[in-house]
Ligand binder design. Sequence first.
Ligand code: FAD
Length: 461
Amino acid sequence: MSKLESVDTLVIGSGPGGYVAALRSSQLGMKTAIVERQQLGGVCTHVGCIPSKALIAESHRYDLFRQFNQADAAATFKIAQHFKQGVVNKQAGGVHYLLKTANVTILEGEASLVDEHTAMIQQTGQEQSISFKNLILATGSRPIELPAFPVGGRILSSTEALSLQEVPSSLVVIGGGYIGVELGQMYAKFGTKVTILEGGAQVLPGFEAELAAPVVKQLKADGIHIVTEAIAEKVEQKGDSITLHYSKNQEQHQVTAEYVLVTIGRKPNTDGQLELERIGLPVTNKGLVETDEQCRTVIPHIYAIGDITAGPALAHKASYEAKVAAEAIAGLTSKVDYKVIPLVVFSEPELSSVGVSETEAKAQAIPVVIGKFSFGINGRALALRETEGFVKIVADTTSGIVIGAQIVGVEASTLISELALAIEMGATVEDLAMTIHPHPTLGEVIMEAAENAVTKMKKKK
Ligand code: FAD
């Protein structure tokens, strides 16, 4: 076993948590190395956010061309896959470039912990050890696999579903969360007959019914068959098709398709080769690592960030924690504040949320005023033919301080940032209403929703 030089900070995993942590650590003057067993960029770049959004955007373009009878699904899908790979490669190249220019040492291989200050890196039979003063664990997550639905052949996880080379004729999606909805709708737009089976009462559980409704309407318009309160039980593979058995209202049903896609959640990569137990670092029964407000584990020089920690498994949450952990190592007082983590579903129409919802405010007995405005009477939305949906702002009744917001509609993914900033800065609905928004833009819907809340507050006085 050869010995590498020792570093101030070793980062294991190069997803949006790991590579951002390594960059920040190096920028703060610490000698930093990052180790990755697969590809730089992690799940987000290779089999998550980036490829899914590239294919979703291509499916929308195809959908538009199809309306003018100018598109062939099979040919367009091949182009879409090629385009997606190009986007992924560029993004991964960008991560490599950033790390190199920041003087971060990039190590290829699988890391295991030997002791509290040493890791071993294995690659194709070779072993190297590296010692570190501080460690940031950013090993991410992988799809949950159920014994009844072993991934392989015609059973796909999101990873395989992003790399099919042909448009499937039919697809059953188990799980109506955001990944199932995004990928199901993407394939439906390319002409696949899609069925989504969701165990709960509605797809996109966690979003209020009035927000999910415009998405459900569009999913149905795209030809997707949605079955809620459905429990997938087993599959039978026969030749080129697969039959999925499920129960609903205590009755047995079945649906046959070319592929089954399982999107029932993700599992943290804290088991296996990493050997956390060797250094006595505990994980919860879900495999998560517990951390304090500086992302520090119970071992003071070891930090954990991203999908292996509690909270939503999202790229921007991982990157945020990455900065806090690196800054904490550098002795800064940075700490996490989770009040503002935007959540986006890249469905059509898009759905986004930040802070507290009206339902959550009620449950927590927070008196709130709600401001709402529709895209239906916004000039820009009309010009874009994108009038579905609305903006909803949740504000404290007495102060008018914005504590939450939800958007369903065109560009909800982009628009939510203004509301995230409002919450972060402690802005009131009056601040939003009095901010001059350019005309004609979709942002005016936020201004109008805020105005709606201000009017309600004035009436109450
Ligand atoms: P990861 O990105 O999972 O990276 C961890 C890295 O660590 C991996 O590259 C892995 O190979 C490496 N690793 C693990 N163990 C070791 C080891 N022992 N040695 C060396 N390397 C190791 N999030 C969003 O915010 N927006 C989206 O639109 C979005 N879309 C998604 C779509 C899909 C289909 C999926 C699956 C996920 C999506 N996500 C999205 C979630 C997002 O991808 C994750 O939250 C994010 O990638 C987590 O970042 P991370 O740094 O914690 O880990």
